[in-house]
Design a protein around this ligand. Structure first.
Ligand code: SF4
Length: 884
C-alpha cells in the first residue's frame, strides 16, 4: 500500500493498451494520478479515462460486506453456503451443472485460480469470461492460423509502419494512447492511415482513406485484397513456401470472386477498394489492427483469418512495422487467455482437446480430474442456465444482465437459476440484484497482481489503498471456496505472488519451445521481486538472455508442422438488407457498464445521455428530428434514447453506445436488443449487427432536472449523470402529469418529513412548469418541464447545485440561464479542462483554425489529448459550413 505522498506504480484498469499509472495518496485522502513515464505502453501519458481515475475511488455504491438473500452475512456463512451449494449440485447433477462466468478485468492471479478450480478440481469446462464478447474471434483466428493464440507484433510496430489499417477499430476512442502514438508517428514519418468501418469515427480524422463498408463487409475487402496481391505479384514466395500451408485453398476462394462481387459484398465503391488494395500492396511496412468491429460478428473468425491470410501471403508478419494486430478491449483479456479463462482453452495456452495437454496440466496440478471437453461458451452458458442444465453459477467481476446479447433473457435465466453467487465491487448492479449470495471484492487500487496488455506486456497492478469494509481479493475468495469444497492443499496460496509463480512454472512445464506462452524465467521470483517486477513482455523463457519480442518473422508457428496456415474464408451469407442495422460500441470517456466512469461528472459531461446516431435520410424516412427521443426496437425489445442525426453514420446503420445500464437510464440497455447469434467458430456474439427499427418517441412532456440526492424518477424516459454537488437528468413522460409538485418531490427523493421551500413558475399557454425546492439557501432540486425541450442552460443549472440561493439567485435559477449569457455552452469536449462545445465553436469562429490554436486559447486538448480528434472534426465542419 502507498504511504501518503509516495507514488505507487500500477496499471490502468480500463482498456487493453495497459498504460502505466503513478498513484500518489495525498494527506486529504485523495489520490493523485499521473502517467508512468517509464512504462513502455504510454511513456507518461494517460487518456481522459485514465486521467480521471482519482475521481472514481470513493466508496459510494461499494459492496462492503457479504450478503445472503439481501441480508448482511459473515464471510464464513457466505463462503460455506457457496461451497455447499456448489458441492451438492455437483454431487447430484454432475460437474457440468455448475458454472463460473468471469471477466477480462480480473487480475491474472484471480483468473488462474478460477480456471484451476473449475477445470482441474470440479472437472468441467464451464468457465467462460466476458472476454468472449470482446476478442474470442481473434483467439479463434490466431489458433487456426498460428496454432496458438499469439499476437505477433508490438506497439512500436504502429510507429515503424508506413501504413496502418484500422479495421473495426475506433482507436481514437477505444485505445486512445495507442492512437496518440500513431498520430505522433504520422506527424514525423507521414504514416498513411486507412480506416475500414461502417461509421465515420473519430479515428477518421487522421485517415487518408475511409472505407465505409457495409456491416460485415470486412471479409470481402480482404478477399479482394488477397486476389489483388496475387494478381499484382505481391507474394513472398519464399516465406509462403517455407513457412505456410494452405495458400491455394484460400486463394481459390478469392479468385472466384469478381471485383464487382467483392465491391457489392463490401458495400464500397470498386474504385475506392482498388485504391486501398494498391496502397496495401505497395507498402511493405503495413500493420492491420482490428478489434471489436471485426470480432463481434457471426463471421468474426473468418474476418480475422482473411486479414492474417494477406499478411502471411506477403510475409509481412513479425518484422518491425508489419503484421496483423488484434487490439484487446479489456485490461486483462490477454492474461485471461494465458491462464485458459475461456471455456475452450486450457491453462498456459494449452489445448483442451489435446489429451497430452490435458494430462500435462492435470499432472502439474496433481488434480483429481481434468475437464475433457470444452465447456459452454457465454451465450450457450446462459441458455443452459435458462433451461436448467446449469443449476448454480458464480459470476465474478462482470455484469452480464447488461452486457450479454438478448440481455433480458439473461436476466430471466438468472431469476430462474436455483443458486447465483455474484462477486463484485458495486452493491447495486443489474446482476447483483439477482444474487442469492453477494461477495464483496477489492477494487482497483486495493488489488495486487498482474495484467497483460495487447502487446503481451505483463504489468503489476499494485495496491495503494487499504481494502475497505470486509472486502476480499477475488483470488482469495475463490481459494476459500475451493478449500471448503475439499481442495485446500491445491489452493493454499499465501498471496498473489505465489499464484504467479505457479502460473509461470506451468507455462514452462514440458514446454521446450513447443508453446508460445512461456514465462518460465519468472517462476522463481521472490515476493520482493514480484513486488518490484517491472513491465515485462512475454515470452520470458528460462535461460534466454534477450528474448525475441515478435513472433513468426522466420516461421516457427505452433502448429504440428510449425507452418502457418492459410484459412479459406468464404463470403458470409448476407441477409437481404431492408430496414436498419443496429451497431453498438464504446464512447471516448466511458468504460463498460459505467460502474467506475459513471462516478465522475467530468467524464459523464462528454455524453450525459444514451443516444442513437443515424443518417439524416434514415431519420427523415421515419420522421425523427435531431435531439428528439426515439424508440429503437428489435425482435428482442426496445430502448429509448436521444437521436443524433449525422452524416458520419452510414445509411441503413444506426449506432448506440453500449454503456448505459438501469442505474443510469430508464431503458437504454442496448444489448437487450441484440440477438444471441454467434460466430460458429469462436462463439462470440454478433453485437454489432442487429436488425432494428427506429421511431420517434411520442412524449406527452419533456423535462430537465438537477437535484442534490440521487434521483428516483418514475417516468417513461430518464437519464441521470453526476455533476458537482448532485445529479442532472433528462426526463420525458408518455402520459400527462397530474401533479408536478408531487412528481418533483419524488424525483428529488423528498419524504413526508421534508419541508422544503418551493418556488414555482408556470405558463398556461405553453404548459411549461418550473419548480425548485430549497432547504435554506441550498438547492434541493429544480425541474423544468413542458411540451417540448426547455430552452435553458443545462450547464448553468448543473453548476447551480453548489451555489447559495438567495432571492435573486432563485429568480435566475427559474429563468434557467445565467445573467450575462443567452446560449448554452453545450456538451463537454475537453474533459481535462471542462471546455464545452459551444465555447470551442465560438473560438473557431473567432479564427482559431488548428487544434494547437484552440489549445493556446482554451487549453482544450493540451493535457491527455483524447479530444483532439473531435477538435479537428469541429474545425473541418466549420470550414465546410463556411465553404457552403
Ligand atoms: Fe487507460 Fe486510457 Fe491507457 Fe486505455 S489508453 S489503458 S483507458 S489510460
Amino acid at each position: 500500500m502507498g504511504a501518503t505522498g509516495c507514488s505507487v506504480k500500477t496499471a490502468c484498469p480500463y482498456c487493453g493498451v495497459g498504460c502505466g499509472v503513478l498513484a500518489t495518496p495525498q494527506d486529504d485522502g485523495s489520490v493523485s494520478i499521473a502517467g508512468d513515464p517509464d512504462h513502455p505502453a504510454n511513456f507518461g501519458r494517460l487518456c481522459s479515462k485514465g486521467s480521471a481515475l482519482g475521481e472514481t475511488l470513493s466508496l459510494d455504491d461499494r459492496l462492503l460486506h457479504p450478503e445472503i438473500n439481501g441480508a448482511r452475512a459473515s464471510w464464513d456463512d457466505a463462503l460455506d453456503l457457496a461451497a455447499t451449494r456448489f458441492s451438492e449440485t455437483i454431487a447430484q447433477h454432475g460437474p457440468d451443472s455448475v458454472a463460473l462466468y468471469i471477466s477480462g478485468q480480473l487480475l491474472t492471479e484471480d483468473y488462474y485460480v478460477a480456471n484451476k478450480l473449475m477445470k482441474g478440481f470440479i472437472g468441467s469446462g464451464n468457465i467462460d469470461t466476458n472476454s468472449r464478447l470482446c476478442m474470442a474471434s481473434s483467439v479463434a483466428g490466431h489458433r487456426r492460423a498460428f496454432g496458438s493464440d499469439t499476437v505477433p507484433g508490438v506497439y512500436a510496430d504502429l510507429e515503424e509502419a508506413d501504413l496502418v489499417v484500422l479495421v473495426g477499430s475506433n482507436l481514437a476512442w477505444c485505445h486512445p494512447i495507442l492512437y496518440q502514438r500513431l498520430v505522433a508517428a504520422r506527424e514525423t514519418r507521414g504514416t498513411k492511415v486507412v480506416v475500414i468501418d461502417p461509421r465515420e469515427t473519430a479515428s477518421c480524422e487522421i485517415a487518408d482513406v475511409h472505407l465505409a463498408i457495409a456491416p460485415d463487409g470486412d471479409v470481402a475487402v480482404f478477399l479482394g485484397l488477397l486476389a489483388h496481391l496475387e494478381q499484382s505479384g505481391q507474394i513472398d514466395r519464399d516465406y509462403v513456401e517455407a513457412h505456410t500451408s494452405g495458400a491455394l485453398a484460400a486463394l481459390d476462394v478469392a479468385r472466384k470472386l469478381s471485383r464487382e462481387e467483392i465491391a457489392r459484398a463490401a458495400g464500397v465503391d470498386a474504385a475506392q477498394l482498388v485504391k486501398f488494395f494498391a496502397l496495401w500492396a505497395s507498402t511493405e511496412k503495413v500493420v492491420t489492427c482490428y478489434s471489436q468491429g471485426v470480432n463481434q460478428s457471426t463471421s468474426g473468425s473468418d474476418k480475422v483469418n482473411a486479414i492474417i491470410n494477406c499478411h502471411l501471403f506477403t510475409g509481412r508478419i513479425g518484422r518491425p512495422g508489419m503484421g496483423p494486430f488484434s487490439l484487446t478491449g479489456q485490461p486483462n483479456a490477454m492474461g485471461g487467455r494465458e491462464v485458459g479463462g475461456l471455456a475452450n482453452m486450457l491453462a498456459a495456452h494449452m489445448q483442451i482437446e489435446n489429451p497430452q495437454d490435458r494430462a500435462r496440466v492435470q499432472g502439474f496440478w496433481a488434480s483429481p480430474v481434468i475437464a475433457d471437453k470444452p465447456g459452454l461458451k457465454a451465450v450457450d452458458m446462459f441458455q443452459a442456465v435458462a433451461d436448467g442444465r446449469i443449476k448454480a453459477i458464480w459470476i465474478i467481476c462482470t455484469n452480464p444482465v447488461v452486457s450479454m446479447p438478448d440481455a433480458d433473457s439473461v436476466r430471466a435465466a438468472l431469476e430462474s437459476c436455483p443458486f447465483v453467487v455474484v462477486s463484485d465491487v458495486i452493491r447495486e448492479t443489474d446482476t447483483t440484484a439477482l444474487a442469492h449470495v453477494l461477495l464483496p471484492a477489492t477494487a482497483w487500487g486495493e488489488k495486487d497482481g498482474t495484467v497483460t496488455n495487447s502487446e503481451r506486456r505483463i504489468t503489476r497492478q499494485r495496491a495503494f489503498l487499504p481494502p475497505p469494509g470486509q472486502t476480499r481479493h477475488d483470488w482469495k475468495m475463490i481459494c476459500d471456496v475451493a478449500a471448503r469444497m475439499g481442495f485446500a492443499d491445491a489452493f493454499a496460496f499465501e498471496n498473489a505472488a505465489a499464484i504467479f509463480r505457479e502460473h509461470a512454472a506451468l507455462s514452462a512445464h514440458e514446454n521446450n519451445g513447443a508453446r508460445d506462452f512461456d514465462i518460465g524465467a519468472l517462476e522463481r521470483v521472490s515476493d520482493e521481486q514480484f513486488n518490484a517486477l517491472a513491465p515485462v513482455q512475454w515470452p520470458q523463457r528460462k535461460g534466454e538472455e534477450a528474448p525475441e519480442t515478435r513472433f513468426f518473422a522466420h516461421g516457427g508457428f505452433f502448429t504440428p508442422d510449425r507452418k502457418g496456415r492459410f484459412v479459406p474464408t468464404p463470403l458470409p451469407l448476407q441477409a437481404a438488407r431492408d430496414g436498419l442495422t443496429l451497431n453498438t460500441g464504446r464512447l471516448r470517456d466511458q468504460w463498460h457498464t459505467m460502474t467506475r466512469t459513471g462516478k465522475t461528472g467530468r467524464l459523464m459531461a462528454h455524453a450525459p445521455e444514451p443516444f442513437c446516431e443515424m443518417h439524416p435520410m434514415d431519420a427523415q424516412a421515419v420522421g425523427v428530428m435531431d435531439g428528439g427521443l426515439v424508440v429503437v426496437a428489435s425482435q428482442r425489445g426496445e430502448i429509448i434514447v436521444r437521436a443524433k442525426i449525422t452524416s458520419r453514420q452510414s445509411r441503413g446503420s444506426v449506432f448506440v453506445p453500449m454503456h448505459w445500464t438501469s442505474r443510469f437510464a430508464s431503458k437504454a440497455r442496448v444489448d437487450a436488443l441484440a440477438m444471441p447469434a454467434t460466430d460458429p467458430v469462436s462463439g462470440q456474439p454478433a453485437l454489432k449487427h442487429t436488425p432494428c427499427s427506429v421511431r420517434a418517441f411520442a412524449g406527452a412532456w419533456h423535462g430537465f432536472a438537477v437535484c442534490a440526492a440521487r434521483p428516483a424518477p418514475d417516468c417513461a424516459y430518464w437519464a441521470v449523470a453526476p455533476v458537482e454537488g448532485g445529479f442532472r437528468l433528462e426526463l420525458a413522460g408518455s402520459e400527462p402529469c397530474p401533479d408536478w409538485k408531487s412528481f418533483a418531490g419524488a424525483v428529488f427523493g423528498l419524504t413526508n418529513a421534508d419541508e422544503p421551500e418551493w418556488v414555482a413558475y408556470s405558463d398556461r399557454a405553453t404548459g411549461a412548469v418550473r419548480l425548485a425546492a430549497f432547504a435554506g439557501e441550498a438547492l434541493v432540486g429544480a425541474i423544468f418541464v413542458g411540451a417540448g425541450a426547455a430552452r435553458i442552460s443545462r450547464n448553468f443549472l448543473s453548476q447551480s447545485l453548489n451555489a447559495p440561493h438567495g432571492p435573486e439567485a432563485r429568480v435566475r435559477l427559474l429563468a434557467g440561464r445565467p445573467a450575462q449569457s443567452t446560449a448554452d455552452d453545450g456538451y463537454t469536449i475537453c474533459s481535462c479542462y471542462s471546455v464545452a462545445s459551444g465555447i470551442i465553436i465560438r473560438e473557431i469562429g473567432n479564427g482559431a483554425d488548428s487544434v494547437q490554436a484552440i489549445g493556446a486559447k482554451l487549453k482544450a486538448g493540451t493535457n491527455c489529448g483524447s479530444c483532439r480528434s473531435e477538435l479537428q472534426r469541429m474545425i473541418h465542419e466549420h470550414r465546410l459550413a463556411e465553404a457552403i
